[in-house]
Ligand binder design. Sequence first.
Ligand code: F6R
Length: 610
Amino acid sequence: MCGIIGYIGNKNAIPILINGLKRLEYRGYDSAGISFIGSNGIGVRRCAGKIKDLESSIRGQRLRGIIGVGHTRWATHGRPSERNAHPHRAGGIVVVHNGIIENYFELREALKKNGHVFTSETDTEVICHLILSYTKKGHGLEEATKKALKHLQGAYAIGIISESEPDRLVAVKNDSPLVIGMGRGEYFIASDIPAFLRYTKDVIILDNGEMATITRNGVEISDVFRDKPVKKKPVRITWSPSMAEKGGYRHFMLKEIYEQPRAIADTIRGRLSLEKAEVNLNEFSLKETLLKKLNKIFLVACGTSWHAALVGKYMIEDMARVPCEVDIASEFRYRKPIIPRGSLVIVITQSGETADTLAAQREAKRLGAKVLSICNVIGSTSPREADGVFFTHSGPEIGVASTKAFTTQLTALYLFSIALAKVRGALTAGAVRELFTDLLQLPEKVEEALRVNDTVLKIAKKFRHVRDFLYLGRGINYPIALEGALKLKEISYIHAEGYPAGEMKHGPIALIDNNMPVLALAPEDSVLEKIISNMEEVKTRGGKVIAVASEGNSKVLSRASHVVLMPRTNYYLTPIIFTIPLHLLAYHMAVLRKCNVDQPRNLAKSVTVE
Ligand code: F6R
């Protein structure tokens, strides 16, 4: 789990690499480094820590080079340290790598026997030595790389430069993301588009097994394993560079919370036909006949995306009456799931690169299911391997804690449920139009919901020192209780649990006292009275209740010490609205406790290892 960048052109590569690494820091941030070829040959600068540490370590050194590679790391093999930081070098070969070489140990032993000396504990270093061993046999960088790749098992996106061929940058991809930025007379490689978005919007997305040989005159792509050239057209990215920056907010997380009205509107855009009362599924590629015949749906994901999957079950079963099973991806892949004929597996993943989700997706396909990927990153692995895709259009999500990606996943699931219900005759055209009308009002409602920020900040100030927090929800909002608790845990390091409110008296009620705030989700729905009783139970035991309730709901006022009122919407959309104050609460608690909101300890944005 790392970010890589590479540059070849006529500008000084060093600031471009550093800048690109800053945009990739969300992929890992325990050590970093760059390498470049200048008038004195190859230079390598690395350090443990973040990009800003690397930047300060090279300040004043006047480094120059018009070709180079860089890396920001999240350790997999070998602890975070300067010695294990990338780029790695053997002779004149320098490599940056994102992924895991599964057979590195055997390869390293064999190379050692042939006299190669290793200086790090990483799996990556074997790549440099393998390429070096082929260049020593007289092969050029491109050919040597191809030969080296035949030995590698595992996942990799690699950038390579060579001192003896200072006018070419070689990049290869297999199971880890890699994109090429096409400038004028300058080219970039990176794990993700924001790394070079300020320089170019024209992008080539590499597929597995593809290698790019890049000079200042252009890019040549070949299929390494079939040994033949591949023609690829660049795609134009519509994100502006500022979309990938903080845009004036103190943290990416806050910026992304406030981007939700736009992100949701973009996810809806072009997908509704009010006249026909239909969801437009052009990109979807799953046939209507398949949807009609579905017997069962599995929803599979990790973390926050799994919470979206749980909400999806309520939506799909209620609207389309198709039975759903929800699985955590890391469980699904090992539990020998029974997938009857006519099953659809929906994988939900912001990044499209989560290792467990991809493994579950592949297992589902192996077992004969059709797979639909709900994903935010175009060009990532999950949608590319799926039978059908539904892209959420929330734009790049950089804060480690997922916010706008989550609410756009819920939006996508709402649209999918309506589409499925309509195709199967479970909803009339009139009902579909009503659901559409509510959805079209949603961006505005989210805008309105964001106005509770000051109220939430006051609540955060009041509870910033607590050690534990309980979140209660029922029905479709039970997963939102889980989501609120997860966010609080991961960014403010307060222990929090989410519970279905009805379960409280089966155990957690024993925890209730004056020091344990309880946040209760109380939208105006069929279980409102039940949740109000749960709030009473907490209150009578001396607990403090924070109620998040629908506007105009006076019943909760006397049962809660704090109330946050949310705009009303239909039942299926309440999880989106009710998530807003929970994400804001976690954010403010973390800021007040001086936690690193965008890069919480021990976490990385996309978990591309098991
Ligand atoms: C929590 C969070 C994670 C991710 C999880 C899955 O805020 O962001 O729990 O939701 O790692 O990631 P994706 O959706 O990229 O598969």
